[in-house]
Design a binder for this molecule. Structure first.
Ligand SMILES: Nc1nc2c(ncn2[C@@H]2O[C@H](COP(=O)(O)OP(=O)(O)OP(=O)(O)O)[C@@H](O)[C@H]2O)c(=O)[nH]1
Length: 229
Protein backbone atom coordinates (compact mmCIF):
# COMPACT_ATOMS: atom_id res chain seq x y z
CA UNK A 1 0.00 0.00 0.00
CA UNK A 2 1.44 3.34 -0.92
CA UNK A 3 0.89 6.30 1.34
CA UNK A 4 1.77 9.87 0.75
CA UNK A 5 2.20 11.79 3.92
CA UNK A 6 0.91 15.24 3.18
CA UNK A 7 1.20 18.48 5.06
CA UNK A 8 -1.56 20.98 5.76
CA UNK A 9 -1.57 24.66 5.18
CA UNK A 10 -1.99 26.87 8.25
CA UNK A 11 -5.46 27.78 7.01
CA UNK A 12 -6.60 24.16 6.88
CA UNK A 13 -5.07 23.50 10.25
CA UNK A 14 -6.86 26.39 11.89
CA UNK A 15 -10.20 25.04 10.70
CA UNK A 16 -10.07 22.49 13.52
CA UNK A 17 -12.71 22.49 16.24
CA UNK A 18 -12.28 24.50 19.39
CA UNK A 19 -11.68 23.15 22.89
CA UNK A 20 -14.57 21.35 24.62
CA UNK A 21 -17.35 21.77 22.04
CA UNK A 22 -20.27 20.47 24.08
CA UNK A 23 -22.93 20.44 21.46
CA UNK A 24 -24.03 17.95 18.87
CA UNK A 25 -22.01 18.55 15.73
CA UNK A 26 -21.66 16.73 12.45
CA UNK A 27 -18.29 15.98 10.96
CA UNK A 28 -18.40 14.23 7.59
CA UNK A 29 -21.75 12.69 8.53
CA UNK A 30 -20.49 11.57 11.93
CA UNK A 31 -22.13 13.12 14.97
CA UNK A 32 -20.18 13.96 18.05
CA UNK A 33 -20.83 15.68 21.36
CA UNK A 34 -17.36 16.83 22.29
CA UNK A 35 -14.13 17.30 20.37
CA UNK A 36 -10.48 17.18 21.40
CA UNK A 37 -7.11 17.61 19.74
CA UNK A 38 -4.51 14.94 20.27
CA UNK A 39 -0.96 15.16 18.94
CA UNK A 40 1.47 12.37 18.13
CA UNK A 41 5.08 13.23 18.93
CA UNK A 42 8.44 11.45 18.86
CA UNK A 43 11.50 10.90 16.69
CA UNK A 44 11.23 10.14 13.00
CA UNK A 45 10.36 6.51 12.22
CA UNK A 46 9.09 5.53 15.70
CA UNK A 47 5.70 4.72 14.13
CA UNK A 48 3.47 7.77 14.69
CA UNK A 49 1.73 7.56 11.32
CA UNK A 50 1.35 3.80 11.63
CA UNK A 51 -0.23 4.10 15.09
CA UNK A 52 -2.71 6.63 13.72
CA UNK A 53 -3.56 4.50 10.69
CA UNK A 54 -3.96 1.42 12.90
CA UNK A 55 -6.37 3.27 15.19
CA UNK A 56 -8.28 5.01 12.42
CA UNK A 57 -8.46 2.28 9.78
CA UNK A 58 -7.40 -0.91 11.59
CA UNK A 59 -4.60 -1.42 9.08
CA UNK A 60 -0.81 -1.54 9.15
CA UNK A 61 1.35 0.53 6.83
CA UNK A 62 4.21 -1.84 6.03
CA UNK A 63 6.61 -1.45 3.14
CA UNK A 64 8.71 1.56 2.37
CA UNK A 65 8.95 4.21 5.04
CA UNK A 66 7.88 7.66 3.89
CA UNK A 67 8.58 10.38 6.44
CA UNK A 68 5.80 12.81 7.30
CA UNK A 69 6.26 16.30 5.91
CA UNK A 70 5.12 18.94 8.36
CA UNK A 71 1.84 17.95 9.96
CA UNK A 72 -1.37 16.13 9.06
CA UNK A 73 -4.52 15.12 10.88
CA UNK A 74 -7.31 12.53 10.91
CA UNK A 75 -10.56 12.44 12.89
CA UNK A 76 -12.10 9.51 14.68
CA UNK A 77 -15.30 9.51 16.72
CA UNK A 78 -15.40 7.08 19.65
CA UNK A 79 -18.13 6.30 22.18
CA UNK A 80 -17.03 7.11 25.70
CA UNK A 81 -19.51 6.56 28.53
CA UNK A 82 -22.57 7.54 26.45
CA UNK A 83 -20.89 10.50 24.82
CA UNK A 84 -19.59 10.68 21.25
CA UNK A 85 -16.04 11.97 21.47
CA UNK A 86 -14.30 13.21 18.36
CA UNK A 87 -10.53 12.90 18.49
CA UNK A 88 -8.77 15.11 15.99
CA UNK A 89 -5.41 13.40 15.86
CA UNK A 90 -2.43 15.36 14.61
CA UNK A 91 0.44 13.38 13.13
CA UNK A 92 3.65 15.39 13.25
CA UNK A 93 6.92 14.99 11.38
CA UNK A 94 9.59 13.61 13.69
CA UNK A 95 12.44 15.04 11.66
CA UNK A 96 14.30 17.89 13.33
CA UNK A 97 13.90 20.21 10.34
CA UNK A 98 10.11 20.38 10.85
CA UNK A 99 10.30 21.14 14.57
CA UNK A 100 9.52 24.86 14.24
CA UNK A 101 6.39 24.03 12.19
CA UNK A 102 5.05 21.55 14.74
CA UNK A 103 5.80 23.75 17.79
CA UNK A 104 3.05 26.09 16.66
CA UNK A 105 0.45 23.35 17.10
CA UNK A 106 1.39 22.21 20.63
CA UNK A 107 -0.64 24.83 22.45
CA UNK A 108 -3.95 23.72 20.87
CA UNK A 109 -3.50 20.09 21.86
CA UNK A 110 -5.36 18.71 24.87
CA UNK A 111 -3.40 15.44 24.79
CA UNK A 112 -0.01 14.29 23.55
CA UNK A 113 1.00 10.75 22.72
CA UNK A 114 4.79 10.62 22.93
CA UNK A 115 6.32 7.65 21.14
CA UNK A 116 9.67 5.93 21.08
CA UNK A 117 10.68 2.76 19.26
CA UNK A 118 11.68 -0.16 21.51
CA UNK A 119 14.29 -1.13 18.88
CA UNK A 120 15.93 2.32 18.89
CA UNK A 121 17.86 3.51 21.94
CA UNK A 122 18.30 7.06 20.55
CA UNK A 123 14.52 7.42 20.17
CA UNK A 124 14.15 6.47 23.85
CA UNK A 125 17.02 8.72 24.99
CA UNK A 126 15.39 11.63 23.17
CA UNK A 127 12.17 11.33 25.19
CA UNK A 128 13.53 13.67 27.87
CA UNK A 129 14.23 16.31 25.22
CA UNK A 130 10.70 15.84 23.87
CA UNK A 131 9.28 16.34 27.36
CA UNK A 132 11.30 19.53 27.72
CA UNK A 133 9.82 20.81 24.45
CA UNK A 134 6.36 19.82 25.61
CA UNK A 135 6.77 21.77 28.83
CA UNK A 136 7.93 24.76 26.83
CA UNK A 137 5.25 24.81 24.13
CA UNK A 138 2.18 22.85 25.31
CA UNK A 139 -0.61 23.81 27.70
CA UNK A 140 0.24 23.24 31.37
CA UNK A 141 -2.62 20.77 31.88
CA UNK A 142 -2.04 18.77 28.68
CA UNK A 143 -2.55 15.01 29.07
CA UNK A 144 0.65 13.15 28.19
CA UNK A 145 1.06 9.43 27.55
CA UNK A 146 4.33 7.63 26.81
CA UNK A 147 4.23 4.77 24.28
CA UNK A 148 7.01 2.28 23.50
CA UNK A 149 6.07 1.23 19.97
CA UNK A 150 7.04 -1.79 17.82
CA UNK A 151 6.54 -4.23 20.68
CA UNK A 152 6.15 -6.99 18.07
CA UNK A 153 9.89 -6.71 17.28
CA UNK A 154 11.03 -8.72 20.31
CA UNK A 155 14.26 -9.95 18.70
CA UNK A 156 15.44 -6.40 17.95
CA UNK A 157 14.41 -4.92 21.30
CA UNK A 158 17.04 -2.64 22.90
CA UNK A 159 14.82 -0.76 25.38
CA UNK A 160 13.42 -2.87 28.21
CA UNK A 161 9.79 -2.42 29.16
CA UNK A 162 10.93 -1.61 32.71
CA UNK A 163 13.00 1.32 31.39
CA UNK A 164 9.90 2.79 29.76
CA UNK A 165 7.90 2.24 32.94
CA UNK A 166 10.60 3.89 35.06
CA UNK A 167 10.82 6.97 32.85
CA UNK A 168 7.03 7.32 32.73
CA UNK A 169 6.85 7.05 36.51
CA UNK A 170 9.53 9.72 36.89
CA UNK A 171 7.41 12.14 34.86
CA UNK A 172 4.10 10.93 36.31
CA UNK A 173 2.64 9.94 32.95
CA UNK A 174 0.86 6.74 31.92
CA UNK A 175 2.85 4.25 29.83
CA UNK A 176 2.28 1.23 27.67
CA UNK A 177 4.02 -0.66 24.91
CA UNK A 178 2.17 -0.74 21.60
CA UNK A 179 2.46 -2.31 18.19
CA UNK A 180 1.02 -0.63 15.15
CA UNK A 181 1.74 -3.87 13.32
CA UNK A 182 -0.31 -6.22 15.51
CA UNK A 183 -2.56 -3.55 17.03
CA UNK A 184 -1.63 -4.38 20.62
CA UNK A 185 -2.68 -1.59 23.00
CA UNK A 186 -3.29 0.93 20.21
CA UNK A 187 -7.01 1.27 20.82
CA UNK A 188 -6.48 1.22 24.57
CA UNK A 189 -4.04 4.15 24.35
CA UNK A 190 -6.47 6.36 22.41
CA UNK A 191 -9.51 5.29 24.43
CA UNK A 192 -7.76 6.01 27.73
CA UNK A 193 -6.90 9.49 26.45
CA UNK A 194 -10.48 10.01 25.20
CA UNK A 195 -11.87 8.95 28.58
CA UNK A 196 -9.54 11.25 30.50
CA UNK A 197 -10.45 14.23 28.29
CA UNK A 198 -14.17 13.41 28.36
CA UNK A 199 -14.18 13.26 32.14
CA UNK A 200 -12.19 16.46 32.48
CA UNK A 201 -14.64 18.28 30.23
CA UNK A 202 -17.82 17.10 31.90
CA UNK A 203 -16.79 16.41 35.48
CA UNK A 204 -18.84 17.89 38.30
CA UNK A 205 -16.90 19.20 41.32
CA UNK A 206 -18.36 16.54 43.63
CA UNK A 207 -17.53 13.64 41.28
CA UNK A 208 -14.40 11.52 41.88
CA UNK A 209 -11.57 12.20 39.39
CA UNK A 210 -11.07 9.74 36.55
CA UNK A 211 -7.89 7.75 37.24
CA UNK A 212 -6.22 7.07 33.90
CA UNK A 213 -3.46 4.86 35.38
CA UNK A 214 -6.03 2.62 37.11
CA UNK A 215 -8.18 2.48 33.98
CA UNK A 216 -5.24 1.34 31.83
CA UNK A 217 -4.19 -1.31 34.33
CA UNK A 218 -7.75 -2.65 34.61
CA UNK A 219 -8.18 -2.82 30.82
CA UNK A 220 -4.77 -4.41 30.16
CA UNK A 221 -5.79 -7.41 32.23
CA UNK A 222 -9.12 -7.95 30.51
CA UNK A 223 -9.33 -11.06 28.32
CA UNK A 224 -8.97 -10.21 24.63
CA UNK A 225 -7.52 -6.79 25.37
CA UNK A 226 -6.10 -4.78 23.46
CA UNK A 227 -5.81 -5.58 19.82
CA UNK A 228 -7.50 -3.68 17.04
CA UNK A 229 -8.04 -5.91 14.06
N1 LIG B 1 7.36 -3.99 13.11
C1 LIG B 1 6.80 -2.79 13.26
N2 LIG B 1 7.08 -1.79 12.40
C2 LIG B 1 6.49 -0.60 12.58
C3 LIG B 1 5.58 -0.35 13.65
N3 LIG B 1 5.17 0.93 13.58
C4 LIG B 1 5.78 1.46 12.51
N4 LIG B 1 6.58 0.55 11.90
C5 LIG B 1 7.44 0.78 10.73
O1 LIG B 1 8.35 1.82 11.07
C6 LIG B 1 8.56 2.69 9.96
C7 LIG B 1 8.23 4.13 10.36
O2 LIG B 1 6.85 4.24 10.66
P1 LIG B 1 6.07 5.64 10.56
O3 LIG B 1 4.75 5.45 11.17
O4 LIG B 1 6.09 6.15 9.18
O5 LIG B 1 7.02 6.56 11.48
P2 LIG B 1 6.80 8.09 11.92
O6 LIG B 1 7.07 8.16 13.38
O7 LIG B 1 5.47 8.58 11.46
O8 LIG B 1 7.97 8.84 11.14
P3 LIG B 1 8.03 10.43 10.70
O9 LIG B 1 6.89 10.65 9.77
O10 LIG B 1 9.35 10.61 10.00
O11 LIG B 1 7.97 11.24 11.94
C8 LIG B 1 7.69 2.16 8.82
O12 LIG B 1 8.52 1.39 7.96
C9 LIG B 1 6.66 1.28 9.51
O13 LIG B 1 6.20 0.22 8.70
C10 LIG B 1 5.29 -1.44 14.56
O14 LIG B 1 4.53 -1.34 15.53
N5 LIG B 1 5.94 -2.62 14.31
Amino acid sequence: MSTRKTSLTDKQAKNGTSKYVLERCASVNEYYDVSFKVMLLGDSSVGKTCILVRFKDGAFLGGNFIATVGIDFRNKVVDVDNLKVKLQIWDTAGQERFRSVTHAYYRDAQALLLLYDITSKPSFDNIRAWLTEIHEYAQKDVVIMLLGNKSDMAAERVVKKEEGEKLAKEYGVPFMETSAKTGVNVELAFLAIAKELRHRATQQPDEPKFQIHDYIESQKHKPGCCTTV
